[in-house]
Design a protein around this ligand. Structure first.
Ligand code: 5GP
Length: 190
């Protein structure tokens, strides 16, 4: 049964907003990762992320708490096994927003559970514009994120579905259709 829907793609490809709306519309929860990055003003600890110190993160690594973790743009991000256990036990649907490497780790870990979607921005200039409009990062941080773009794009072939997010409504509907299709397949036992 496919119950982990992983959304990945370059920073600024619109993943977070899309996921929040899809989560509400489809009544599917979003996995809460652990991170050492600073909290943005609008974010809520325990809702958007569990914001923890580097020491605490390293302690969790040592205690084998993470299914996967990655350094993304200089900060640590990870998915704890404990966060997923109730979704595993009950086959409950869950969205996960992960960087490309984390997404591939999870797909390899749970090939029978995961459906992976790679979301590309229409082009790199569009991506820069989106990051600048968001203005939650400094110029150096923006450049760091953009240089990762090519690296991430090279791995998109690993994903089940590849979408270009040039129109919010279309992408929203496309993801919704992917989920509905998998739900029906599971119901029909195929
Ligand atoms: P942001 O700092 O913009 O919230 O996220 C930066 C990147 O980290 C995004 O690409 C996001 O998908 C990724 N990310 C968030 N949580 C996790 C996680 O638990 N594991 C991995 N591997 N990546 C994550």
């Amino acid at each position: 049964m496919k119950n982990f829907f992983i959304i990945s793609g370059s920073s600024g490809s619109g993943k977070t907003t899309l996921l929040e709306l899809l989560s509400r519309d489809l009544n599917i929860e979003i996995s809460v990762s652990f991170t050492t990055r600073n909290k943005r003003e609008y974010e809520i600890d325990g809702v958007h992320y569990h914001f923890i110190s580097e020491d605490k993160f390293n302690e969790m690594i040592k205690d084998n708490k993470f299914l996967e973790f990655e350094t993304v743009h200089g900060d640590l991000y990870g998915t704890a096994l404990e966060s997923l256990s109730k979704y595993i036990d009950n086959n409950k649907l869950l969205f996960l927003e992960l960087d490309v490497n984390g997404a591939i780790s999870l797909m390899n870990h749970y090939p029978e559970r995961t459906v992976s979607i790679f979301l590309s921005p229409p082009n790199i200039e569009e991506l820069r514009k989106r990051l600048e409009i968001r203005s939650t990062e400094t110029d150096t941080e923006i450049n760091k994120r953009l240089s990762r773009f090519q690296e991430e794009d090279n791995l998109k072939k690993e994903f089940d579905h590849k979408l270009i997010n040039d129109n919010f409504e279309t992408t929203f509907e496309n993801i919704k259709n992917i989920i509905e299709k998998h739900k029906n397949e599971d119901l029909n036992g195929s």
